[in-house]
Design a protein around this ligand. Structure first.
Ligand code: KIV
Length: 275
């Protein structure tokens, strides 16, 4: 029996090979229609656990479950034909042991068909990253500001300002790189450090609030589209103001329903003439 050809979507190896060639473009996606719209423009789509805050109104990502990640991962996979798809491992699904991490990653990959998983953590997760990579799971690391650690970090603030903090992030990035991550997100980290790490590691660095010095960039789609307006971090740029567009459309609809001008004759079924 011959092996069927692999789909033509970009792979984690392709993302790794882009380092030093051209910037990697990435956005988050959580649904099929959004994945369809973003797919032609992105090298990889991340089904981020930010969906807990963006879609479900949670205060942090800590409450996100495997079931949520798998359901949204399946939805995104139905919408892509080109981009690589990486799914976030939710808080509590990988930190306990490397075996737990493998079980969770294997479940995510089997049930969604995605190309790899992302996990947050530095030196303390290096053994887990190597364990996953050695067993066929491509891993996107995540260092610097780590949102799943919000409760021990005491909030969300940019990192790498003190020598001690910078040294920890440097060590974290090196450890994840040596463990075999194909790429790593660097979040909320001062530019000189992000630049130094990007030059030092062989993994492709993907910045979010970590300066243009990274090998690529990612944003939460709802942030860059102006859809999620609960707060706006300094590193977010709105490329559209969709919240305003939606509010105006809803107000126009409500006005027309109340005025009985919608539905109009063109939206209304009339009986067919009797023959
Ligand atoms: O959860 C997420 O969307 C992320 C990105 C912001 C990198 O981790």
């Amino acid at each position: 029996m011959s092996t069927p050809p692999r789909q033509k979507r970009l792979t984690p190896a392709d993302i790794a090979a882009l380092k030093g060639n051209r910037p990697v473009v990435s956005l988050t996606a959580y649904t099929t229609p959004m994945a369809r719209l973003l797919d032609p423009h992105c090298d990889f789509l991340l089904v981020g656990d930010s969906l807990g805050m963006v879609l479900y109104g949670m205060d942090t990502t800590v409450g996100v479950t495997m079931e949520m990640m798998i359901a949204h991962g399946q939805a995104v996979m139905r919408g892509v034909s080109r981009a690589c798809v990486i799914i976030d491992m939710p808080f509590g699904s990988y930190q306990e042991s490397k075996e737990q991490a493998f079980r969770s990653a294997a479940r995510i990959m089997k049930e969604t068909g995605c190309d790899g998983v992302k996990l947050e953590g530095g030196a303390e997760m290096a053994e887990t990253v190597a364990f996953l990579v050695d067993r066929g799971v491509p891993v996107l690391g995540h260092v610097g500001l780590m949102p799943q650690q919000v409760n021990t970090a005491g909030g969300y603030r940019s990192k790498g300002h003190s020598d001690k903090e910078a040294e920890k992030i440097r060590r974290d990035a090196r450890a994840i790189d040596e463990a075999g991550a194909f790429a790593m997100v660097i979040e909320g980290t001062v530019e000189p450090l992000a630049r130094e790490i990007s030059a030092a590691v062989s993994a492709t660095t993907i910045g979010i609030g970590a300066s243009p010095a990274c090998d690529g960039q990612i944003l939460v789609s709802d942030d860059m589209l102006g859809l999620f307006n609960d707060f706006k971090p300094r590193f977010v740029k709105h490329y559209a103001e969709l919240a305003e567009v939606i509010s105006k459309a809803a107000a126009d609809y409500a006005g027309e329903v109340r005025a009985r001008t919608f539905p109009g004759p063109e939206h209304t079924f009339q009986p067919r003439p009797k023959s």
